[in-house]
Structure formats: structure tokens, C-alpha cells
Design a protein. Structure first.
Length: 539
């Protein structure tokens, strides 16, 4: 089934490249959110997780396990048995306008009638007309196809050298080339790409048996080829990718396959399990397979992809990654028995959406569905706080390890305010008593939420005095300008400006007529501008 082999092949190709080049896989990059909720994505493993873990096999090999023991661990209840010798046909070119086929030695071509012609060493260019120069003193002529090219003492080359024969046919004016060769020789050019060539011999043998089994179980039953040369089947690189160590592994296990109840199994494999493989039912649904269950994989950590992240996103960035508009306010994972994400529940300002773990992996470019999304968020208060008075801050700290609340005064560095104890669902409410405008954030083990600014204002009290109006500012602020204003004609007009005393009191002398008055204090010393409650004077 193509959906399975496609997923398997992606993981396998990448693992071989990792081990060969020491590179890390692509994926989402860390980004610092500018504000609001912060989402932290971490995960384990690489690939679909079903069956044989290549990193785990390398680890088991380093711990002295034999290839048969490795295979029986991943494919439960199976046996290693011999299979008859066979050939496979691998699609190596398709939809091409022309092909260049060459050999360093003389070779042959056989047409559809069975007639064979000798060909000199060199390069032959083919088009859909299938014209071949088979007589030295005569021009090339069309041969009835398909054509079979037979090697001489050197390999045939079509973009790269291949063991075995090459079949070429024209289909709707385009050329298709198929490489036919013994299964064992095919595996020479598969195993080094899929797992690399430098691992323990027993791990390489286990890969050879798994790849042989997978090829036999998934080859096409109709058409002019059996296998694709890429992740749709298994990665196949031709003779130039062969390595002595992997050739030896193939030879040492020649003809051996993994069987369950007398049938060659579909031996799914992948790069890294993250510490536990997945059951086929948890990944692709349908009926369970007794030999494809979730098993512990304690030595998988030999590869760098055992754990990955954190990748940090703002709510708007996460929404874009998920193909959504707006911003994500919350995200919760639903975990299956194999520790993978079956569903991601996403909340935005306008809707709630449930996405499958597989869909999230694809859209976000994650290495596996064994991921978690931690959330750090802090909700801005709906109104300013009065200096020294308590105000509640609410938020979420889920899946981020121990969490704390930090605070920062203007011009100062962040400092810890207090540890947080979120509820089981990650929500929390905590009270703060800022004395001046202060920023707050929630901090987890790896990163923090965006900052929330709590605007703090002084309390201003205004009343009728003995010769005008009087009032106080708390906290006491000395020398602060206070504008006493009167409302009239639809606007507030300043009728007197005074300064506060060292105790924060003030008074303004004027004849107080009937009307509405207030005191206005501008921003000062980290406190926001504020006005008193209106003072109504009736006469």
C-alpha cells in the first residue's frame, strides 16, 4: 500500500543521510514570539513509528543483540525463514523524452521478437522511436519494443550504473526504463541508503532482512515493474551506492525473510522510535496486526533524532503553520496508546478545530506524531490597577515543566515574582500588587510567554474644602501637578493647577459653584495618568 511505503521511505532515506553526513533533519525553526500565547513544540523519533526502528536496531547491535533477536523484538511472534530466489523489476526512469544508455564494454539489445543484436561499447541515445544502430555501416533503425539491454563485462549505465538488465519501452511518446536484477543485488543498493553502512553488522543484517521482506510483500502484482526506486517503495541507488559492509550483511542473510503464519510480512521500518514503537492500528487505523504492536525501544537514543525541539511559536505563527487564519489561543493533544498524538484540539478566538496528529505532522513539517505542544499564556487585565491594590492575573502553563511568574519594572531586568501551581488542565490565577506599571510573563523550562503590561495608577480623592477643593494622592507623591477641572459645554476645562505636598495632599482655592469637578494627575514615576471620581456640587 503506497501510503505506508511512502511514509516508511521518507524516514529511511533521511536516516541513511544523517548517519553518512552527520546532518540534522529539516523542520520548523525556533522563533521568539512578540506577545500573547507562546507554544512550545517538542517531540521524539522520526518516521511513522511502525515496526523496525533503525536507530533502535543500531543501539541493540551495539549491545550485542543478533539480527534475528532484533527482528523478533520489533516484529512480534514472527519467524526468520528462507524464501526462493527471485528477480525484481525496479522503475528507474519514466516519462522521459530521451535516454542515454552506455557501457564501457560491448553489450547487447534484444527486441520484442526475441532477436538479439550486439552493440559496441559507448553511449546510445534513445527516443520514443526506439531506433538503434545495430549494423556498423547502416543508420539506426527502429526495433520493435520493448527493448531489453543485456550487459557485457561492464555494468550498464542510465544516469547511474546498474547491475542486471535494463528494459526500455515507449509509452505515449515517452520512455520508461526498468532495471531487472536478482533481489539480493537489488538489496546491495537499498540497505546502505536506508540505514547507512557504518553501524554494527547485526543491525545491518536486520535491515537487510527487513528490506528483503518489505520488497517481496509490497511489490506490484501487475504492470511492467515491481518496485519504485524511491520512498514509494524503498530507496534504490544503483551500484554506485554499494558498500562492503552492507553487501556483506545482504550476503550473510541471503534469502532470509520475516514471516508470520507462513506469509512474508510487510516489514515496515522507519528511522527513530523515540523510545517506543507504535502499533499499526494507532498509526493507520484498521484491524490490528499481531506482529506490528507497540514495543519498548530503550536503545533508540543512539541517534540524534531520538528527541527534538523545542520549536517556539507565537499564536499567529502556529496558526499559519497549521493552515489557519488568526491566532491560536490554546492547543491540546489527545494521545493514543502508542504515545503518539491522535488529535490536536485547537482553539482560536472564533472557533475550535480538531486536527489529526498525522495532518499536524505534515503541515508543520514535524518528524513524527510523537510530539507535545506546551502552552504559556497570560491574559491582560481588562482595566488598570490601583497602586498597591491586588489584581488577578490568569493564564495557562501546560506541558512546560515547572512554571513561574516573572515581573519587570520600567528600565529594569526581569525578576522572579513567584512560582506558579497550575491546575490539572494547566490554568492558573494569581494575584499581584504592583505599585507602579509593571510587565509580567509566564516562564517555563525552555521559554516564556509574551509580556503583559499591567497599567498602575494612583488613587486620587477629591472633595470640597474650606476655601475651594482639596484631595490626596496615594501613594503619596510630592510635587506632582494636579489639574482641577470643571465640566461644562460638553468638555472638561482646567480651572486650577496645583502641586502636591510631601504627604501627597493638595488644595485649590476658588469659589466653588454648583457643577461637576474632577482632579487629573498626569503620568509620573511609573504610574499612569488618572482622574478622580467626579465630584458633584449642588449649591
Amino acid at each position: 500500500m503506497r501510503i505506508f511505503s511512502l511514509t516508511a521511505g521518507v524516514a529511511l532515506l533521511c536516516l541513511g543521510a544523517l548517519l553518512a553526513a552527520g546532518a540534522s533533519a529539516g523542520g520548523p525553526q525556533a522563533a521568539s514570539p512578540s506577545g500573547g500565547a507562546t507554544f512550545i513544540v517538542t517531540g521524539h523519533g522520526w518516521g511513522h513509528g511502525v515496526g523496525f526502528s533503525q536507530c533502535g536496531a543500531l543501539g541493540y547491535g551495539k549491545h550485542g543483540w543478533t539480527y534475528t533477536r532484533i527482528l523478533r523484538h520489533y516484529y512480534r511472534g514472527t519467524q526468520i525463514s528462507p524464501a526462493p530466489e527471485t528477480r525484481v523489476r525496479v522503475l528507474v526512469a519514466d516519462g522521459r523524452a530521451s535516454l542515454e544508455l552506455s557501457s564501457h564494454s560491448s553489450f547487447k539489445v534484444r527486441d520484442a521478437t526475441g532477436k538479439t543484436y550486439p552493440l559496441a561499447a559507448g553511449t546510445l541515445t534513445l527516443t520514443a522511436a526506439l531506433k538503434v544502430k545495430v549494423t556498423a555501416d547502416k543508420p539506426a533503425r527502429a526495433l520493435p519494443g520493448p527493448l531489453t539491454f543485456l550487459p557485457g563485462s561492464a555494468l550498464l549505465t542510465l544516469d547511474k550504473p546498474y547491475r542486471g538488465q535494463l528494459f526500455v519501452r515507449a509509452i505515449n511518446g515517452k520512455l520508461r526504463a526498468v532495471n531487472s536484477l536478482p533481489l539480493e543485488q537489488y538489496l546491495y543498493a537499498v540497505v546502505p541508503i536506508e540505514i547507512g553502512s557504518s553501524g554494527p553488522a547485526e543491525a545491518l543484517k536486520a535491515q537487510a532482512v527487513a528490506a528483503r521482506s518489505y520488497a517481496l510483500a509490497t511489490r506490484r502484482t501487475t504492470g511492467d515493474f515491481d518496485l519504485y526506486p524511491d520512498v514509494r517503495s524503498q530507496s534504490y541507488g544503483g551500484e554506485k551506492v554499494e558498500q562492503p559492509s552492507t553487501n556483506a550483511a545482504v550476503n550473510a542473510t541471503a534469502g532470509q525473510v520475516v514471516m508470520y503464519k507462513g506469509k512474508v510480512i510487510t516489514a515496515y521500518y522507519f528511522a527513530s522510535s523515540g523510545g517506543r514503537t507504535a502499533s499499526v492500528q494507532d498509526v493507520w487505523g484498521g484491524s490490528p496486526e499481531p506482529y506490528l504492536v507497540s514495543v519498548s525501544d530503550p536503545y533508540d537514543g543512539v541517534c540524534s533524532q531520538h528527541s527534538w525541539g523545542p520549536y517556539v511559536y507565537s499564536g499567529s505563527t502556529l496558526a499559519r503553520k497549521l493552515g489557519m487564519t488568526g491566532g491560536v489561543l490554546d492547543a491540546r493533544t489527545v494521545i493514543n496508546a502508542s504515545k503518539r498524538v491522535s488529535t490536536l484540539q485547537v482553539k482560536t478566538a472564533t472557533r475550535k478545530v480538531a486536527l489529526t496528529g498525522a495532518a499536524v505532522r505534515k503541515t508543520m513539517g514535524l518528524r513524527s506524531t510523537w510530539f507535545r505542544i506546551g502552552v504559556l499564556s497570560l491574559t491582560p487585565p481588562s482595566k488598570p490597577a490601583f497602586s498597591g491594590a491586588g489584581i488577578d492575573l490568569s493564564g495557562v502553563a501546560r506541558g512546560v515543566g515547572p512554571a513561574r511568574l516573572d515581573q519587570r519594572l520600567p528600565g529594569k531586568a526581569w525578576a522572579t515574582a513567584r512560582a506558579l501551581e497550575p491546575a490539572a488542565d494547566g490554568t492558573f490565577t494569581t494575584q499581584v500588587k504592583p505599585k507602579q506599571t509593571t510587565e509580567y510573563r509566564v516562564v517555563g523550562a525552555k521559554t516564556s510567554s509574551g509580556a503583559v503590561r499591567v497599567v498602575v495608577a494612583p488613587r486620587v480623592r477629591l472633595e470640597v474644602g474650606t476655601a475651594g477643593v482639596a484631595g490626596t494622592i496615594r501613594p503619596a507623591l510630592a510635587g506632582v501637578r494636579v489639574d482641577v477641572q470643571r465640566h461644562g459645554s460638553g468638555r472638561w476645562a482646567t480651572i486650577s493647577s496645583v502641586r502636591t505636598s510631601p504627604t501627597g495632599s493638595f488644595s485649590a482655592a476658588f469659589d466653588v459653584a454648583a457643577g461637576t469637578y474632577r482632579a487629573r494627575v498626569g503620568a509620573h514615576a511609573g504610574l499612569a495618568a488618572v482622574v478622580s471620581a467626579p465630584l458633584e456640587v449642588t449649591g
